[in-house]
Write a protein that binds this ligand. Structure first.
Ligand SMILES: NC(=O)c1ccc[n+]([C@@H]2O[C@H](COP(=O)([O-])OP(=O)(O)OC[C@H]3O[C@@H](n4cnc5c(N)ncnc54)[C@H](OP(=O)(O)O)[C@@H]3O)[C@@H](O)[C@H]2O)c1
Length: 172
């Protein structure tokens, strides 16, 4: 059984924890949130017992092997740095990093910490639709370009219309 710590307490983390439970390989132990109150509120129903509002303490004192990071993209870099420096196995939400400079620094840090492991949670490449796209591409001997259009009513848009505070990050 792998001990799991999490950063980020929104819907995607609920989905990840449901999947982790279904796999039978993970046990949630530690939760980091910007407030300890939120860490408890989110983590207790999943059986977590350690709650932090300080990232350094989360990595120093948290009892976990794997950390799942599902925070806004702009915060990934510093969080993943700390995770690597603490030799964790890291599942980092996509997009993992926001520019090539961050990427190369993280690559170098991983080389300096060979016990740490990092995987980007690019789940889309495991979907049937992606595999179908790959098959169709293989049939084409010449590709000039492509447009893919996806539209979806965000579950968070109702909050925007209702003027809820804070304004949902996804629209900033
Ligand atoms: N793989 C997929 O299919 C998939 C789907 C959706 C999203 N994602 C990715 O998952 C990550 C999280 O997305 P999300 O939509 O859940 O993000 P979000 O709601 O904006 O933030 C996620 C969590 O991060 C913390 N947070 C929010 N604002 C913050 C800030 N300004 N500074 C530091 N922490 C902050 C909050 O937790 P606390 O209040 O507990 O601190 C929040 O619950 C992103 O990288 C996104 O691209 C992936």
């Amino acid at each position: 059984m792998l001990k799991l710590g999490i950063i980020g307490t929104n819907i995607i983390t609920d989905q990840m924890l449901d999947a982790a439970k279904t796999s039978g390989h993970y046990e949630l132990t530690a939760v980091y949130s910007r407030t300890e109150e939120r860490a408890k509120e989110f983590g207790e129903p999943y059986g977590a017992t350690q709650f932090f509002d300080n990232l350094e303490r989360f990595f120093d004192e948290g009892d976990f092997d794997v950390v799942y990071i599902a925070s806004p993209n702009s915060t990934h870099y510093l969080q993943v740095r700390l995770a690597i420096e603490n030799d964790k196995f890291i599942i980092l939400e996509k997009p993992a990093l926001v520019n090539p400079e961050e990427f190369s620094q993280i690559e170098s840090l991983l080389q300096a910490h060979p016990k740490a492991r990092l995987v980007e949670a690019a789940r889309h490449i495991h979907t049937g639709l992606f595999h179908e796209g790959q098959k169709q591409l293989a049939k084409m001997d010449h590709v000039q370009g492509a447009n893919f259009t996806v539209r979806k009513y965000s579950s968070r848009y109702d909050k925007v219309l209702a003027g809820e505070k804070p304004y949902p990050n996804i629209f900033t």
